[in-house]
Ligand binder design. Structure first.
Ligand code: BDP
Length: 325
């Protein structure tokens, strides 16, 4: 965190103030892998506006979009060390670290986007946010990332059989590796920023993501078959470095938490529009959007649940999510 004295010492002395009494500005650096204009980037900017207004200009957020601060797994480490103050990340890259993050990352755990929103807005969401504390992170809010589906460059997926032998990039999460393998395909974990050229050069046959990412990453240019199997509804999370948090006063912590929460509905509005726009845009670019029977995909996931829902605590979380109407 960059706390610097806005009013210069000489001005303060002229005004008869000690420098310690002069209001300090708190600059929070925030990371996002997505480009400017993407709903998550805009939501954190909006949170920054709220914070600045509510603190009389004392607390500001600088958003570093487009992976300027690095790929997600690296920025997570930097946030844990306090080098980055805020980070908007998918829950996926936390799966190998924070056990609770695996639960909303389970394939087909949510019945719908509405179900996901109700769960993440309630007690279960609060419990999952709190689970980040032992890892030097403070979970502030969840954002929407819609539903992720598979896309391929040469062989379209029209049934689960078409998965066989195809190589798919997944986020760096063991759960996602096993999910793809359980569908009969081969998983290749790699950073988001390497996927475009990996598809282009044929190192992989495709990947999986939500429509806005499929468009903004330009993966739609190199993988034209987008199959709506919607295997994951993984929320995004906004985390703060524990060391930054600890340096804020209790009042400022509350301002930060509230501004984060208040940015969620704004993000969802932007998100819903972005999904519709992205599907239209990729179709116009020549992508084929393929409807598919999801049940065989759902049925193939039992082994993933058995392997990753491996403690009574996680089993309880899964049961609580299923019970939410
Ligand atoms: C996008 C998420 C982003 C992830 C990316 C990925 O918003 O946080 O980095 O997927 O697949 O949907 O790595």
């Amino acid at each position: 965190m960059n706390i610097f004295i806005k009013v210069t010492a000489s001005v303060a002395i002229l005004a008869g103030l000690s420098t310690a009494a002069v209001a300090q500005e708190i600059v929070l650096r925030s990371s996002d892998t997505h480009p400017d204009g993407y709903p998550t980037v805009e939501a954190v900017k909006y949170m920054g506006q709220l914070l600045s207004e509510r603190s009389g200009g004392r607390i500001v957020i600088e958003v570093y979009h487009s992976s300027q601060l690095g790929q997600e797994t690296d920025t997570i480490e930097q946030t844990r060390f306090g080098v980055i103050d805020l980070n908007r990340v998918s829950l996926g890259p936390f799966n190998n670290l924070v056990a609770e993050s695996k639960v909303p990352s389970l394939p087909y755990i949510f019945r719908s986007i509405e179900h996901m929103r109700t769960v993440m807005d309630g007690d279960i969401g609060e419990d999952i946010l709190a689970a980040f504390e032992p890892y030097d992170l403070v979970g502030l809010a969840f954002y929407d990332a819609g539903a992720r589906s598979f896309y391929t460059s040469t062989t379209p997926i029209r049934s689960i059989e078409d998965m066989a032998g195809q190589k798919f990039r997944v986020q760096q999460s063991d759960l996602f590796v096993d999910m793809v393998n359980a569908l009969g395909a081969d998983a290749v974990p790699m950073p988001y920023g390497e996927v475009y050229s990996a598809i282009q050069t044929g190192v992989i046959d495709g990947a999986e993501n939500n429509p806005p990412s499929y468009l903004s990453s330009a993966h739609a240019e190199v993988a034209k078959y987008y199959t709506l199997d919607e295997h994951l509804i993984v929320p995004e999370i906004l985390v703060m470095a524990r060391s930054t948090w600890d340096r804020l006063s209790a009042e400022d912590q509350e301002l930060v938490r509230q501004a984060a929460k208040d940015s969620v509905s704004h993000q969802r509005e932007l998100w819903d529009a972005a999904v519709t726009d992205a599907l239209e845009a990729v179709a116009a670019m020549g992508s084929e959007i393929i409807e598919i029977e999801k049940q065989p995909f759902i049925d193939a996931m039992d082994s993933v649940y058995e392997r990753y829902v491996d403690t009574p605590e996680l089993q309880d979380l899964v049961a609580r999510i299923k019970a939410v109407q």
